[in-house]
Design a protein around this ligand. Structure first.
Ligand SMILES: [Zn+2]
Length: 76
């Protein structure tokens, strides 16, 4: 699964989601306000079915892995 495919499972209000329906309509501040207000109760499909949490975790692991590889190459 590619990073873009994983990003499609992020919250609809997250601009990292390439299919976010709202990213062009709302400002960054509006999105942050909404995310903070709805962290526990966002009802978009991805949040409702738990896809957002899993996608966030996969992206975090992917970033950690990339950092580890870069540090490893630097140390050699
Ligand atoms: Zn959501």
């Amino acid at each position: 699964m590619t990073k873009e495919e994983v990003s499609q499972n992020l919250c609809y209000y997250d601009k990292r989601n390439p299919y976010s329906a709202y990213s062009d309509l709302l400002s960054d501040e509006d999105i942050e306000t909404y995310k903070l207000a709805s962290q526990k109760s966002c009802s978009c499909d991805n949040c409702f079915y738990g896809r957002t949490k899993l996608a966030e975790h996969i992206l975090e692991l992917s970033n950690l892995s990339s950092t580890f590889v870069q540090n490893y190459k630097t140390d050699i």
